[in-house]
Design a protein around this ligand. Structure first.
Ligand code: UD1
Length: 422
C-alpha cells in the first residue's frame, strides 16, 4: 500500500486548482438511471470513489465513457440489465446507496446492499427508507440487502425527514422527479451538492423548486431527457487546501474557490487571524501572524461548519495559539485522527463528541496511520509544519477523495512524495 512522505517547514506559495466535487459527482452519476438518454458530466474529479461508482453503474448495465483523462463522463442508461447493487461494490463506498431512489423511480424496483464506506459511525439508512415508503415503496431488509418495490410507480407525497440527511435528500429528490404528483421534502439538506443535483435534474427536464432551502418541491414528470452538466467545485478540497498555507505559512490561491461554498469555514478562519480574499480566479489565503489563533468549532449541516473539514481544522488548531474546543455533531466516532496527531506532539483530549485542543508551537514528524478519508489529509496538513519527516501510511483512503495531493501541494512548494507500497 502506498504512503505519503512529507518533510515539514516549507512555506507554500502559488496556485492550486480545485477539482469538481466528489460528493456532487457521486449523486450526479446515479441520476443517469432516471433517463434513457445520455447524461454528460464535465469537470468530474479523477478519484477512486468515482471509479467505484462507475463500476456499480456498469454492473447495472449503464454505459460509461470516460473522456479527457476522466474529466468528462458520458453515462447512458438506455440498456439496463440489472436493478441489484451488489454487496461487493457497495461495501467499498456508502454513496452506492444513491442508486436506490433512481432505480425505484424508473424501474419500480431496487435491491441494494446496505452500505460500507468510512468507519466513522453507524451511518444507517432509516431516513432514506421511511421517506421512500411515504412515497408508496415497500422496503424489506433481507440478507443484508434492502429489497424495494413500488408497484405502479412512486407517488408524490409530503416527506418530512427526521434529520437533514444529505444522502436521503438526494435519493428522495431523484425519486420524486418521476413520481406521480407533487413531492414536498421537508427538513431537506441544503448542501451545495443538493443544489447542483437539482440544477442537473432540471436540465434533464425535472420540475424542482426550493433546492438550497429546507423545503424542496418536486412536480413529477413522465420522463427525463439528455443533459450536459458541469460538476460544482469541491468545497471540501477547497477548504483543505485553504488550510495548507495557514499551517505551513505563505500565500496560496485556490483556483475556482468561491466564498459562498465555504462561508462558515471562512468565518472561523478569519477569527483565527487568517486573511481570505475572493477574486474572479478564486480564493487567496494567508495567515496574518506567526501562528493562527485558537477558535471553537461545532460541525453542523450546511450552511454550518462541515464535518468533512473537521479533521483538517483540527490539524490547524494543533499549532494555534491557545486552546480550542471542537464539537462533532454529525458523526459519532469521527476523531480517529486525534491519536495520530497526538503521536506528532499535539495536545488533544477527546471526550465523546468533543475534542479540546491545546495548541503547541511545533509538532514533530512521525509515522502515522490514515484511518479515513478526511483524517488522512489532516495528517498530511499537520506534516507540512511539523519538524522533520511525517510518513502517512495506508493512503488508499486519501485517493478516494483527493486527486494527486502530492502533485498539488508539491507544485506550491511542499516537500512531499508518494512512496509506492509493496
Ligand atoms: C454525505 C457526504 C459525506 C458527509 C455527510 C455529512 C456524500 C457522498 N457524502 O454523507 O461526505 O460527511 O454527507 O455532511 O455526499 N443518518 C441516519 N439515518 C439515515 C441517514 C443518515 O441516522 O438514514 C445519520 C448518519 O448516521 C449521520 C448523519 O445522519 O450521523 C449524517 O448523514 P448524511 O447526511 O446522510 O450523510 P451521507 O449522505 O451519508
Amino acid at each position: 500500500m502506498d504512503s505519503i512522505r512529507v518533510t515539514g517547514g516549507k512555506p507554500l506559495n502559488g496556485k492550486i486548482n480545485i477539482a469538481g466535487a466528489k460528493n456532487a459527482a457521486l449523486t450526479l452519476m446515479p441520476a443517469t438511471l432516471l433517463s434513457e438518454e445520455p447524461l454528460t458530466l464535465t469537470n468530474a474529479p479523477r478519484l477512486s470513489d468515482i471509479k467505484t461508482m462507475t463500476a456499480l453503474l456498469q454492473s447495472l448495465g449503464v454505459e460509461v465513457t470516460s473522456m479527457q483523462d476522466g474529466k468528462v463522463q458520458v453515462l447512458s442508461s438506455h440498456a439496463m440489465t440489472s436493478t441489484t447493487a451488489d454487496y461487493e461494490i457497495v461495501r467499498k463506498m456508502r454513496a452506492s446507496n444513491l442508486v436506490l431512489g433512481p432505480l425505484l423511480a424508473r424501474h419500480h424496483k431496487a435491491t441494494v446492499s446496505l452500505p460500507g464506506g468510512c468507519a466513522i459511525g453507524a451511518r444507517p439508512m432509516d431516513i432514506h427508507v421511511t421517506a421512500l415508503e411515504a412515497m408508496g415503496a415497500t422496503i424489506d431488509l433481507r440478507d443484508g440487502y434492502l429489497h424495494a418495490e413500488a408497484r405502479g410507480g412512486l407517488k408524490g407525497a409530503k416527506v418530512p425527514l427526521r434529520f437533514a440527511s444529505v444522502g436521503a435528500t438526494e435519493n428522495v429528490l431523484m425519486a420524486a422527479t418521476l413520481a406521480k404528483g407533487t413531492t414536498l421534502i421537508e427538513n431537506a439538506a441544503r448542501e451545495p451538492e443538493i443544489v447542483d443535483l437539482a440544477t442537473c435534474l432540471r436540465s434533464m427536464g425535472a420540475q424542482i423548486s426550493g433546492d438550497g432551502t429546507s423545503t424542496i418541491e418536486v412536480q413529477g414528470v413522465d420522463r427525463l431527457g439528455a443533459a450536459t452538466h458541469p460538476v460544482v467545485t469541491d468545497r471540501i478540497e477547497l477548504g483543505t487546501y485553504m488550510l495548507a498555507p495557514v499551517i505551513a505559512g505563505g500565500e496560496v490561491t485556490c483556483l475556482g474557490g468561491r466564498l459562498d461554498l465555504v462561508k462558515s469555514f471562512v468565518e472561523k478562519l478569519e477569527m483565527a487571524g487568517v486573511s481570505v480574499t475572493e477574486t474572479p480566479e478564486g480564493l487567496t489565503v494567508k495567515r496574518t501572524g506567526d501562528r493562527p489563533r485558537a477558535v471553537d468549532v461545532t460541525t453542523e449541516p450546511f450552511p454550518g461548519f462541515p464535518t468533512d473539514l473537521q479533521a483538517q481544522m483540527m490539524a490547524m488548531l494543533c499549532i494555534a495559539d491557545g486552546t480550542s474546543v471542537l464539537e462533532e455533531k454529525i458523526f459519532e466516532n469521527r476523531f480517529m485522527h486525534a491519536p495520530e496527531l497526538i503521536r506528532m506532539g499535539a495536545e488533544i483530549e477527546v471526550q465523546g463528541g468533543t475534542a479540546t485542543v491545546a495548541g503547541v508551537k511545533k509538532m514533530k514528524g512521525a509515522p502515522v496511520m490514515a484511518t479515513d478519508l478526511r483524517a488522512s489529509v489532516s495528517l498530511i496538513l499537520a506534516g507540512l509544519a511539523a519538524e522533520g519527516e511525517t510518513q502517512v501510511n495506508r493512503v488508499y483512503h486519501l485517493d478516494r477523495g483527493y486527486e494527486h495531493v502530492e502533485e498539488k501541494l508539491g507544485a506550491v512548494g511542499a516537500q512531499i512524495e508518494r512512496v509506492p507500497g509493496s
